[in-house]
Write a protein that binds this ligand. Structure first.
Ligand SMILES: [Zn+2]
Length: 308
């Protein structure tokens, strides 16, 4: 079985909303993974003619979603130290404009705005989320903890209505500059890492119904990578793992050869679809829990406990 490990931010500074992995924990992870597994690029692995026979192998891959600057500053030197190559899946609009993904934008705005009046009366929102005032930072953050999970369940169009209303109303603060740019990605590519697609806008592909829009998210992100780095990527990482049959069909049509999800399980190339390759996400937790995740003990144990 193959272990695909997924990381996001790696940073020494703690963040209350979405904590990056601490640099020392990341070092421990890569040290452990490189000692216990044969680390490969996923894009090399899926190109092997005997991929389907790799079910009993001891291979691991290392991946990062979104394209944060801290990946270059803190993670890349550690990858170099252990001689590991990784894949970085980038949101091309976020790279182009140096803006965070929509969840981060909401988190930042809600935390720092000095405004409190906002019209969030949308009939597709549950009543408790239909508000006209969010008076304090505490109230805004409590609201956001319910809003973001809900936004992940609704259509792309409705989600954009809410995001646009928030950014237009709470417009008194700038956004943090935390993404890589194209020259950063070129540097990673030159060091032997792979850059793949994570769409244009970090849209949740499985919630979208307009095939023209889905195709554009898949195609334009690949074309942007081709324009700046010289190749159309083999791989698409579906933001938040959101995908369906249409996503897979259109991903194939525009030229990807593999799609990545987040399922906290091992990858069996003989059984799993190449357009639904599972990944195990690692978080900023203690080393014991992280090690259990690396060994893939936690999810099978939860599964086991569900059977009474
Ligand atoms: Zn993402």
């Amino acid at each position: 079985m193959i272990r695909n490990f997924l990381f996001h931010r790696v940073h020494p500074q703690r963040d209350e909303l979405w904590d990056p992995m601490d640099v020392s924990l990341f070092d421990k992870c890569i040290s452990y993974i490189s000692r216990h597994y044969e680390v490969m690029l996923l894009e090399d692995l899926i190109s092997l003619p005997d991929l389907k026979t790799k079910a009993n192998s001891n291979i691991a891959t290392i991946m990062f979603d979104d394209g944060y600057k801290d990946n270059l500053i803190y993670a890349a030197p550690i990858l170099a130290k252990y001689n590991c190559k990784a894949s970085f899946y980038v949101v091309t609009d976020c790279i182009d404009k140096n803006i965070p993904t929509w969840t981060h934008i909401l988190e930042h705005i809600f935390q720092y705005t000095n405004k409190s009046n906002i019209n969030l009366i949308f009939d597709f929102l549950p009543l408790e989320l239909q508000v006209t005032e969010l008076a304090t930072e505490e109230i805004r953050m409590d609201y956001l903890r319910v809003l973001i999970p809900f936004l992940k369940t609704i259509t792309h169009e409705n989600r954009n209505l809410v995001i646009n209303r928030v950014t237009e109303t709470f417009n008194d603060i700038g956004l943090p500059k935390i993404m890589m740019d194209w020259s950063d990605l070129l540097e990673l590519k030159k060091a032997g890492h792979y850059i793949g697609s994570h769409t244009v806008t970090h849209c949740m592909l499985g919630t979208m119904s307009n095939e023209v829009e889905i195709t554009e998210e898949l195609l334009v992100s690949g074309q942007m990578i081709e324009k700046h780095l010289g190749y159309f990527p083999k791989t698409i990482s579906y933001p938040v793992g959101s995908h369906n049959d249409t996503t897979i069909r259109l991903s194939k049509e525009v030229g990807y050869i593999a799609g990545l999800v987040v399922k906290q399980k091992l990858y069996d190339p003989a059984k799993d679809s190449i357009f639904e390759i599972p990944r195990i996400e690692l978080y900023n937790e203690n080393w014991f829990k992280t090690k259990l995740r690396i060994l893939n003990v936690i999810e099978p144990l939860k599964e086991f406990l569900r059977y009474k």
